[in-house]
Design a protein around this ligand. Structure first.
Ligand code: MG
Length: 402
């Protein structure tokens, strides 16, 4: 048996993880009656909107992203047309990114439903890159109920190209050194940076496949198509040394609510404050972040807005700690006998990644571990059924947001 090429340990190992028909798949996940039906997420066929995503069943009718919804209706009269629920997609996206960061912190999100992972350093621990890719696919299915396609290669360009080759539910591996032959016959539009204009130029010059760029004399091609073609020749040869750019960390995680009517009742405001704090803590845990500073924002009926902050003794993602800090800000810093409020917000700032040293269970307070268990249970319930179950009462929602 030959050793997998990656075991020699010299090449980078990059994964590109891309969810399949993401918006449409989330809709089907949340409404199982849609399974097997052509689901089209985007504008209404009556309006002037476009298709944001189409299930594979809809794609069989020729429906594609960015097509007008009216055209999609012509192609697929049986289609189930749904308006996008971006908040829900963002929620699933956060769960996806947290899952990926469970494999490696070297995650570079490209969009709401795709990311690069550099697993070069994970091989000894987690297995070969194809094994790691298979494991991620399995976990995405088990934990999110969705399918992803994954490309595995020695660089970003090849990994992204590979993830797209056998969609949906694909796993395509391009072994180091084999990229050039593997992509030679693909249409030239598959190269990053070849849009419609460049594509027409290449095709009118008889260059239709990626490999065609490697046949001619590079200097001649450059003269004909401009200096940009150098970069494309590199890609065509399967070379791409762009580094990973791990996620820019969120600077803060916040939540606020505008009331339908101004609220002056202290108990009611406290309950709303608790709920906002719980929601923030949950998002921190989902994103594997902890906060050092809790910020309370309050807006009065005359639109004066105050923010007050409290720095914690240690970074935390605990619901109880964040709630206590928010309550303290509400009760003490806003003063007693205060005026009614029209808006209240809780934000966690000064964030650190959960795995950074210095925020372990440093404190011996009794109850801390129990609180963490309660947090975990609430997270699991919310993950399965949506964030229905929270401590405290529900605030009245922002009338603009319905
Ligand atoms: Mg996708």
């Amino acid at each position: 048996m030959t050793m997998p090429a990656w075991d020699c340990g010299h090449d980078r190992a990059i994964l590109h993880v891309d969810m399949d028909a993401f918006y449409a798949s989330v809709e089907t996940l949340d409404e199982p009656a849609l399974r097997g039906r052509p689901v089209i997420v985007g504008g209404t066929p009556e309006g002037r909107g476009v298709v944001a995503a189409a299930s594979y069943e809809a794609r069989r009718f020729g429906v594609r992203s960015a097509m007008s919804a009216a055209r999609a209706r012509q192609l697929c009269p049986e289609g189930v047309f749904l308006r996008p629920r971006i908040d829900r997609y963002c929620e699933v996206s956060r769960a996806l990114m947290a899952l990926l960061r469970g494999t490696t912190p070297l995650v570079e999100p490209l969009s709401i439903d795709e990311a690069f992972l550099d697993v070069s350093g994970c091989r000894r621990l987690l297995g070969s890159p194809p094994e790691i890719a298979a494991d991620i696919k399995r976990r995405v299915r088990a934990e999110l109920g969705l399918t992803a396609s994954v490309g595995v290669a020695a660089n970003k360009f090849l990994a992204k190209l590979a993830s797209d080759l056998e969609k949906p539910d694909g796993l395509v591996v391009i072994e180091p050194g084999s990229g050039r032959e593997r992509i030679a016959d693909l249409p030239i539009e598959r190269l990053w940076g070849v849009g419609r204009v460049a594509s027409e130029q290449f095709r009118s010059a008889g260059l239709t496949r990626i490999g065609d760029l490697l046949q001619g004399d590079p200097a001649g091609l450059e003269q004909k198509f401009g200096p940009h073609v150098r970069h494309l020749i590199e890609l065509a040869a399967g070379r791409d040394d762009r580094p990973m750019v791990p996620a820019h960390e969120a600077k803060s995680v916040g939540n606020e609510v505008t009331f339908a009517e101004d609220i002056g009742d202290a108990a009611q405001l406290r309950a709303i404050c608790d709920e906002l704090a719980d929601k923030v803590a949950r998002r921190l845990r989902a994103d594997d972040l902890r906060t050092r500073t809790v910020v309370l924002k309050a807006r009065y009926p005359d639109f004066t807005t105050l923010t007050r902050s409290l720095t914690l003794p240690a970074a935390t993602d605990g619901g109880v700690e964040i709630r206590d800090a928010a309550r303290e800000l509400l009760e003490r810093k806003l003063g007693r006998g205060r005026r009614p409020l029209r808006l209240l917000g809780v934000t966690a700032a000064n964030l650190v990644h959960g795995h950074e040293p210095g925020q372990g269970s440093l404190f011996g307070e009794p109850g801390r571990e129990r609180n963490q268990q309660v947090d975990r249970v609430l997270d699991q319930v919310a993950d399965r059924f949506g964030p229905l179950l929270r401590r405290g009462t529900r605030p009245r929602s922002d009338p603009e947001k319905g």
